[in-house]
Ligand binder design. Structure first.
Ligand SMILES: Cc1cc2nc3c(=O)[nH]c(=O)nc-3n(C[C@H](O)[C@H](O)[C@H](O)COP(=O)(O)OP(=O)(O)OC[C@H]3O[C@@H](n4cnc5c(N)ncnc54)[C@H](O)[C@@H]3O)c2cc1C
Length: 615
């Protein structure tokens, strides 16, 4: 049995005779609870009118240009009886509370910002299948709930709080900061810094300065790394307190589109105490991140670790295998090789470090292949036998050794998988794909418009700075601002020695796609600072669109490449051309001036290289 429900414009505050600028549904559309039906635009704001029920639109009673006020009939929706109860039963369908939460269609106004609910487009597909309904009494109520306190989650929570939303942040671990601060970006960079110091000391010999061979006290190194992490995570807790963000410790999973249950956890891991609390939220940002992929054929043995285990520095192995030649694998290979391990790297693809242009990786290889004991490309790990004295590994593929190889530590760095499948998102009506990713629109809204998702859980590239940027967009959109993810580029960096950094369109990618580009390269062999630093092997490259002459990509290989690539990203965002970059005065002597010089190469005005060939 179905029931025809009239959907009317709810209480929209002081707004009267507000014109409709978009009608988002048509008769026959299947819609979810909260799916936006129309968009209104007043002098002060735009706002969506969502459907309080799921069903099939039987008629749309308004059109673009019509002026509406509270009570105007928008559409009629054919609702299957059972479903009508769960959604419409909680809300005054024709009386106009579209969210069924006591709030109106307008976002909270605490900050005094213009209230806006922006239109959700691509991800707001009306496809909520089995949204559940929780009828119990919540323990905590909030305007904004953020699930997961990684760089995405804590940034979203802090931004939301700064914009006046009363915010709760749920995290299963004892400290804030997620993968990045606790077991990712920061501890890996602390160890890579130590590796760089050891490298530098060794290279100083060529400059007439001889140090004794380093003595590594692994316990103190571990303590140093923990100290770096501790300083940052403690700082985050303080900032949460200062913003009155309520941090709730435990494992969260959805009960429905407005309730999350948190199973309390304790200790340094995720041990559950049995206590549970239910949080009722008006809006939510899912920032539950990702986890390392564990290869199913590997035995359960403490000598086989993922990046988290490797960062714990259990011991310095004599022989180590790194499975996976991507950035994380190569960063950890750098650390362990510098600490004294003989490191083999096995990679199924035909290249190491997929992503940047190959000419950058060639430079990296020249500086690094001697550091590694063996690199096996187009080769896979077939089996691992855990013996008491060693892990015996068999390989297959082009560069596979015939005999099984013995290792005392194996790092599996075969990628990361999103946590979307572990939070009962379906109960909230949020669509999760078969890999665990959640689709979002440009405001980071999921298909359920008051639930946003950000960071690793929404897709590649899985990088902390992307998560933070998305966090700000989501929090601002939730607070009623017209924020969208409209960044043109996201830079990427391998913090190896040397560093490899790239952003925007690569030269290889442009050539493969047939895009007409002009490429300008400044070799660091002509940079005074690079020569002084012993880094003349590096280079800086810019890619320009052949028609607009705007810079569309850039890459750098050499020390501090990661610190410099931001300038290229800014130039791309600003639509700069070679003159803009080249005529920006860069300080001398720096590695950064190589960006200005690469632009001068493009422009034909570089005087630090032999004269350009006449065209
Ligand atoms: C070794 C390593 C090095 C890296 N180095 C870099 C780097 O140099 N630069 C860079 O940009 N990126 C780096 N990354 C990637 C970066 O760490 C991630 O992209 C980033 O942490 C993603 O942020 P996030 O907020 O989306 O998720 P996460 O950091 O994964 O945080 C998610 C949080 O949610 C919590 N959570 C998940 N599910 C639940 C639940 N059900 N209930 C409660 N809490 C939950 C988790 O405990 C976690 O704290 C590195 C990653 C690794 C593994």
């Amino acid at each position: 049995m179905s029931q025809l429900v009239e959907v009317r414009v709810p209480d929209i505050g002081d707004f009267k005779d507000v014109p409709i600028i978009e009608v988002l549904v048509k008769p026959g559309d299947t819609i979810a609870v909260e799916a936006p039906l129309i968009t209104l635009e007043s002098e002060k704001a735009t706002l969506d009118i969502p459907s309080p029920v799921a069903g099939v639109v039987s008629a749309v009673k308004v059109k673009v240009g019509d002026k509406v006020a509270q009570g105007t009939l928008v559409a009629t929706v054919d609702v299957v009886a059972g479903e009508a109860k769960s959604a419409a039963g909680k809300v005054g369908v024709t009386e106009g509370n579209p969210r069924g939460t006591g709030d109106t269609a307008v976002a909270p106004k605490k900050s005094g910002t213009t209230p806006v609910t922006a239109p959700s487009t691509s991800a707001a597909a009306p496809a909520v299948a089995s949204a559940a309904s929780f009828t119990g009494k919540p323990d905590i109520e909030c305007e904004m709930l953020v699930l997961g306190a990684g760089p995405g989650g804590y940034s979203a929570a802090f931004r939301a709080a700064d914009l006046g939303l009363q915010t709760v942040l749920v995290e299963r671990y004892a400290t804030l900061g997620g993968v990045c601060l606790n077991v990712g970006c920061i501890p890996s960079k602390a160890l890579l810094h130590v590796a760089a110091v050891i490298d530098e000391a060794a290279h100083a010999d060529a400059m007439g300065i001889r140090f004794a061979a380093p003595k590594i006290d692994i316990d103190r190194l571990r303590t140093h790394k923990a100290g770096v992490v501790g300083k940052l995570t403690t700082g985050l807790s303080g900032m949460a307190k200062a913003r009155k963000v309520d941090v709730v410790r435990g494992y969260g999973h959805f009960l429905d589109a407005h309730h999350l249950e948190v199973e309390e956890t304790t200790g340094s891991a995720q041990e559950k105490t049995g206590a549970k609390r239910v949080i009722r939220f008006k809006q939510c940002i899912i920032a539950a991140g990702s986890a390392a992929v564990h290869l199913p054929f590997l035995p359960d043995d403490k000598r086989i670790v993922d990046s988290t285990g490797a960062l714990e520095l259990p011991f310095t192995p004599k022989k180590m295998l790194v499975i996976g030649g991507g950035i994380i694998g190569l960063e950890m290979a750098t650390v362990y090789a510098t600490l004294g391990a003989a490191v083999d790297v096995v990679e199924m693809q035909d290249v190491l470090m997929p992503g940047p242009d190959r000419d950058l990786v060639k430079v990296w290889e020249k500086q690094n292949l001697s550091r590694l004991a063996r690199v096996m490309l187009k080769t896979k790990t077939v089996s691992v036998e855990a013996k008491p004295d060693a892990l015996l590994v068999t390989f297959a593929g082009e560069q596979a050794p015939k005999e099984a190889q013995a290792y005392d530590l194996i790092l599996q760095a075969a990628g990361r998988a999103p946590n979307g499948g572990k939070i009962d998102a379906a109960k909230a009506g949020v669509m999760v794909d078969e890999r665990g990713f959640i689709a979002v629109d440009s405001q980071m809204r999921t298909n359920v418009p008051h639930i946003f998702a950000i960071g690793d859980i929404v897709g590649q590239p899985m990088l902390a700075h992307k998560a933070v940027h998305e966090a700000h967009v989501a929090a601002e959109a939730a607070a009623g601002q017209k924020s969208h993810f409209d960044a043109r580029v996201i830079p990427a960096v391998a913090y190896t020695h040397p560093e490899v950094a790239w952003v925007g369109v690569g030269e290889d990618e442009a050539r493969q796609s047939g895009r007409k580009v002009s490429v300008a390269k400044f070799p660091w062999a002509a940079s005074g600072r690079a020569i002084a630093n012993g880094a003349e092997y590096g280079f800086t490259k810019l890619v320009f669109d052949a028609e607009t002459h705007h810079v569309i990509g850039g890459s750098i290989v050499g020390p501090n490449a990661g610190d410099m690539i931001g300038e290229v990203a800014l130039a791309i965002e600003m639509g700069a051309d070679a003159v803009d970059i080249g005529k920006t005065i860069h300080p001398h002597p720096t590695l950064g001036e190589s960006i200005g010089m690469a632009a001068e190469v493009e422009h034909g005005s570089c005087t630090d290289l032999p004269p350009p060939r006449k065209k």
